[in-house]
Design a protein around this ligand. Structure first.
Ligand code: PFF
Length: 481
């Protein structure tokens, strides 16, 4: 099987495809609004620490497993753990990743669909003048049939590309898209400096202010570090499995993490500058700040920015593409499992995976007002105190609605738990020499270098202890009475 596998044609190809998976709605949509909701600077600092101390080593660990085994996550763990302690347990971590992929994609496709409608509105505004009242965000997300249509459209495009195999297609596409996305973001960032709110935005992002709900905020920062780097569910194992043996995993990981972090910070700076410059924009966001990417930016494009009316539709195409290179990797994790485990054809595997995920997407698409029941849904009921309330609070931060619940559960629980076991496996179980060899960190006499020992320390202690500590804190702090 492994000799039929595609390979990225170059190191740059891998970096851009993996960065394409990492850079997505997490950077452009989610990071700005959770930073806003968590009062800025303090949250950003914790997030950056999580990226550096936990995200970076986990990224290397995942790529090591993928490239070493040249398999998708479940068979990768079967192969890597052969004859090692707890041999039967580790593939479960691969299965957990598949479930996370399913959960994430089901709500991600809904938000990705919003980029299609934003593109449509921008075209309309470019030709017939900007009218912010066209897009009342609350009404838009509450329009059930429209949400279903947009989600279906985006899911179909994703499935279509995955049926065609990823290496040649994605690699070629991301090589063009990522540089263009970055250029447009740089342009928007430069433009933001000309606005009054720029200073306030920088202060908001970089002044370490205390978080209102520190523990939940720290878990959210950690969870987002996993989400934004596509870690904890085997996406990087899958992409790593297409990587040639000569490429440097360390250099690639550093490049992916840097690109992802810089893009998230730029997106936040751009959006907060608009919010601080035109406070009235906040009103249009509706109750939830989740609409920021789709509500705040048009205000800047059409009222403040030279050539904004040309850039606006292009920008939303790019948001769509950034999302697409992420949805492809999410679907690929599930599809590659069906192909490897069930020996299905790529077409059958993709159809089955995408069809099943779409059923869950329906629940998410209708949970922002489309269906009252789904919008108010809480897995453990509506109580506002006691045991079941505590469960809702612990696992879903007491958020109502299917989409919010899926989002919270996957980013804050499934990915960190998956990442926890991946670090334990690579740190403690998988032979250190094999890891060092994959990372190119053996010295002339075949011993692991000091740089490797630093990475190993992080995989053995810092990353699992940080994740374990936060999860334990939340369990212990829970009030079940
Ligand atoms: N990293 C993507 C983003 O930030 O939008 C989301 C994602 C893609 C998460 C792929 C997990 C994954 F496996």
């Amino acid at each position: 099987m492994s000799n039929q596998r595609d390979q990225w044609s170059s190191s740059l190809g891998f970096v851009l495809a993996a960065a394409g998976s990492a850079v997505g709605l997490g950077n452009l949509w989610k990071f700005p609004y959770i930073t806003w909701d968590n009062q800025g600077g303090g949250f950003v600092l914790v997030y950056l620490a999580c990226i550096l101390l936990v995200g970076m080593p986990v990224m290397m660990a995942e790529i090591v497993i993928g490239r070493f085994t040249q398999e998708s996550p479940v068979p990768a763990f079967e192969k890597a753990a052969k004859s090692l302690p707890l041999e039967k347990f580790w593939p479960i971590v691969g299965w957990l990743g598949v479930i996370s992929g399913l959960v994430i994609l089901s709500f991600y496709a809904v938000v990705a669909g919003w980029s299609i409608s934003s593109f449509y509105y921008c075209l309309k505004w470019t030709f017939s003048g900007y009218s912010p009242d066209d897009l009342k965000f609350g009404d838009f997300v509450g329009n059930g049939p429209l949400q279903l249509g947009l989600t279906l459209a985006f899911s179909t495009i994703t499935a279509f590309i995955v049926t065609r195999g990823i290496a040649g297609g994605i690699e070629k596409a991301t090589k063009v898209l990522m540089p263009v996305l970055l250029s447009i973001l740089v342009l928007l960032t430069l433009n933001s400096f000309t606005l009054d709110g720029a200073g306030k935005a920088i202060a908001f992002i970089f002044t370490p202010s205390p978080m209102k709900h520190a523990e939940q905020g720290i878990l959210e920062a950690l969870g987002h570090a996993f989400f934004t780097l596509s870690l904890g569910m085997g996406a990087m194992i899958t992409y790593g499995s297409y990587m040639g043996k000569k490429e440097s995993i360390v250099k690639a990981s550093v490049a992916i993490v840097l690109l992802d972090t810089v893009i998230a910070l730029m997106a936040s700076f751009i959006m907060f500058t608009i919010l601080f410059s035109f406070p009235s924009v906040i009103e249009n966001m509706g109750k939830s700040t989740a609409g920021m990417l789709f509500v705040t930016l048009p205000a800047m494009f059409y009222t403040e920015m030279p050539f904004g009316n040309i850039i606006a539709p292009i920008f939303y195409i790019l948001v769509g593409f950034a999302a697409l290179s992420s949805t492809i990797s999410l679907l690929e994790v599930v599809v590659s499992l069906f192909i490897d485990k069930m020996k299905w054809s790529r077409l059958k595997a993709t159809g089955t995976a995408a069809g099943t995920i779409f059923l869950f997407s329906i629940l998410c698409a209708l949970s922002n007002g489309g269906s009252e029941w789904l919008t108010n849904f809480k897995l453990f009921g509506q109580a506002d105190s006691g045991f079941f309330y505590t469960l809702n609070k612990m696992f879903f931060a007491d958020k109502a609605g299917f989409m919010n619940a899926f989002d919270h559960l996957s980013a804050n629980w499934l990915l960190p738990v998956g990442g926890f076991f991946i670090t334990l496996f690579v740190g403690w179980v998988f032979p250190a020499k094999s890891t060092a060899a994959e990372l190119g960190m053996l010295d002339a006499s075949g011993n692991p270098t000091n740089a490797f020992k630093a990475i190993q320390f992080s995989l053995r202690f810092i990353a699992p202890l940080a994740i374990g500590y936060i999860i334990l804190k939340i369990f212990l702090g829970a009030d079940f009475t």
